[in-house]
Design a binder for this molecule. Structure first.
Ligand code: FES
Ligand code: FES
Length: 150
């Protein structure tokens, strides 16, 4: 079946199977920043933005994406770099596998939350797991990016 949607601002018509998840489809079409890990909606590594909101692409049928606006890291290189610099400055970059999903979620959070507290930020990011960093450095970097003081 054909699904018509927008990816990083470009109109696309993708051939998908009815039972195929968006993470698989996006990777098949070359959006390799979309990572996969648990594949069960538990880790957040596959997060993308759909109409500006974070969504777990491993749990979202591609067929549902008709007319949706999808954002992957490939579409936001400037903002991606900016968040990345804050993470690096706090020593919070390690293998980087979780970074695309985390960074997209952080960008959505910045638009959504006004004057968030440290707790608000931690709660928003609770679904984005990282196997390397222990979260403390990540949280410091993200708070600085958000302009939030401890
Ligand atoms: S791969 Fe989608 S939530 Fe883990
Ligand atoms: S930096 Fe390695 S999983 Fe997060």
């Amino acid at each position: 079946m054909i699904v018509n949607l927008y990816i990083n601002g470009h109109k696309k018509s993708l051939d998908v199977k009815p039972d195929e998840y968006l993470s698989e489809v996006l990777r098949r079409y070359g959006y390799l920043s979309v990572k996969k890990a648990c594949d069960t909606g538990s880790c957040g590594v596959c997060s993308i933005l759909i109409d500006g909101k974070p969504v777990l692409s491993c749990s979202y049928f591609a067929a549902r994406a008709e007319n949706k606006h999808i954002t992957t890291i490939e579409g936001i290189s400037d903002e991606d770099k900016k968040v990345g610099e804050f993470l690096v400055a706090e020593g919070a970059e390690q293998c980087g596998y979780c970074s695309p999903g985390l960074i997209l979620t952080v960008i959505a959070m910045k638009k959504e939350l006004k004057n968030p507290t440290k707790k608000d930020i931690s709660q928003y990011l609770t679904g984005n797991l990282c196997r390397c960093t222990g979260y403390v450095g990540q949280l410091r970097g993200i708070m600085k990016y958000m302009g939030v003081k401890e």
